[in-house]
Design a protein around this ligand. Structure first.
Ligand SMILES: Cc1ncc(COP(=O)(O)O)c(C=O)c1O
Length: 391
């Protein structure tokens, strides 16, 4: 189909909640996307951090297609094999206890919030149900996760929002303690590396203080790893690098490698909070997505995670030599770039012309390449980036 016709259909028939770039994606391989005009782009967006294994990953395709041919969906009325297998892998690798599967990051955080509320209302040392999240955080688009989100945009028009959410300053341990004194929360909800808020890795000291408050006051630590999790940070979970043990970890994006899946991993305090009837999702634990997720986790062994760190170092050291780059933030292959005299959005448009897909995050430029990106693909992208960022 002609690309202009695709855009016309989109304009006429799709509810416009997205501002799309002028690229019609046609096909992709490795970390390279080809548009409908045949132009190639090195993909430093990877479907918003979802395509963790890039495109045409054979082991993942085999598992997904193999499962499709066996049974594509059975519902949670019955047992299927891939979900429990994937849950076992997630539990073993995280050191937590049990998994609940959803289909997206927002839905994963919704499950985390419901778990925390039930814990606070019925099981904690005393009844409490306020959740403290952070300013500039992003947790999803459901009504509760929009409320938890600490970015002011798109909230008032959906009023009344869900009660019981408070936002704390980022990296201000003293302010967090004061809010905890004031609001007696049942949970903290935070991204250890904030994505939409500008790719910011939280300060270790702040995270340590939050973890200490959780321990001493029976507050649950909910770690939203929807964007940074599943290998992107250079460890399977970013919390490993912070040396903490969350009570709930939410995950999505990268574990699906391009298919919709999300969920929460619960620790000892939270793994038996939700019981039959409390929560559910028709497509949760879908066997096709879970069969693919098993390949994702099996692929992400120690050597793979070391390669994520090495690629991150390679990109970061090259970026720091470019004239317009004034600072870097983030962790692993989730990179936020401060630019001199150019917003992240401006850079994205220029990079697209040069054959690189990237995205903005606040004022910053954000890079989220597939974790399988090759050295050669990185070199091609860096060469294109120099034309924009080293002038
Ligand atoms: C940290 C974080 N949490 C939650 C979400 C929401 O995920 P989804 O769009 O899959 O609902 C996102 C999406 O970008 C995210 O980055």
């Amino acid at each position: 189909m002609d690309r202009s016709h695709i855009k016309e259909l989109d304009a006429q028939y799709i509810v416009h909640t997205y501002n799309r770039y002028d690229v019609v994606v046609d096909h992709a391989s490795g970390a390279v996307v080809t548009d409908a005009n045949g132009k190639e782009y090195v993909d430093f967006c990877s479907g918003y951090a979802a395509n963790s294994l890039g495109y045409q990953n054979e082991a993942w395709l085999d598992a997904v297609i193999g499962q499709l041919k066996k049974v594509q969906h059975a519902s949670n009325l019955y047992y299927t094999e891939p979900g429990p297998l994937l849950a076992e892998k997630l539990v073993t690798r995280s050191g937590l206890c049990k998994v609940w599967f959803a289909n997206s990051g927002g839905e994963a955080n919704e499950a985390a919030i419901k778990t925390a509320r039930k814990y606070g209302n019925t099981l904690a040392d005393h009844k409490k149900n306020t959740i403290i999240s952070l300013k500039k955080s992003f947790h999803g688009r459901t009504l509760a996760t929009v409320t938890a989100t600490g970015l002011a945009e798109a909230q008032e028009v959906f009023a009344p929002l869900v009660p019981g959410f408070v936002h704390a300053e980022i990296d201000d341990a003293e302010a967090l303690e004061k809010l905890a004194d004031q609001y007696d929360p049942c949970a903290f909800l935070m991204e250890l590396v904030q994505g939409e808020g500008g790719v910011h890795a939280l300060d270790q000291e702040f995270v340590d203080k939050a973890a200490e408050l959780c321990k001493s006051r029976d507050i649950l630590f909910i770690d939203d790893e929807v964007q940074v999790g599943i290998g992107r940070s250079g460890t399977l979970f970013a919390f490993e690098q912070y040396g903490i043990k969350p009570d709930i970890v939410s995950f999505a994006k990268g574990i699906g490698a391009g298919l919709p899946i999300g969920g929460i991993i619960c620790g000892p305090k939270t793994c038996d909070v939700l019981v039959p009837g409390d929560h559910g999702s028709t497509f949760g634990m879908n066997p096709v997505a879970c069969a693919g997720g098993c390949v994702v986790l099996d692929t992400m062994d120690d050597a793979f995670l070391e390669s994520v760190k090495a690629k991150s170092e390679m990109i970061r050291s090259e970026l720091l030599q470019m004239k317009k780059v004034t600072g870097l933030d983030g962790l692993g292959l989730m990179i936020g770039i401060d630019l001199d005299g150019m917003t992240g959005s401006e850079a994205v448009n220029k990079l697209m012309e040069e054959g690189v897909l990237a995205i903005p995050a606040g004022q910053r430029l954000r890079l989220l390449p597939p974790l399988t990106i090759s050295e050669e693909e990185i070199k091609t992208a860096l060469e294109a980036m120099r034309k924009v960022l080293d002038q």
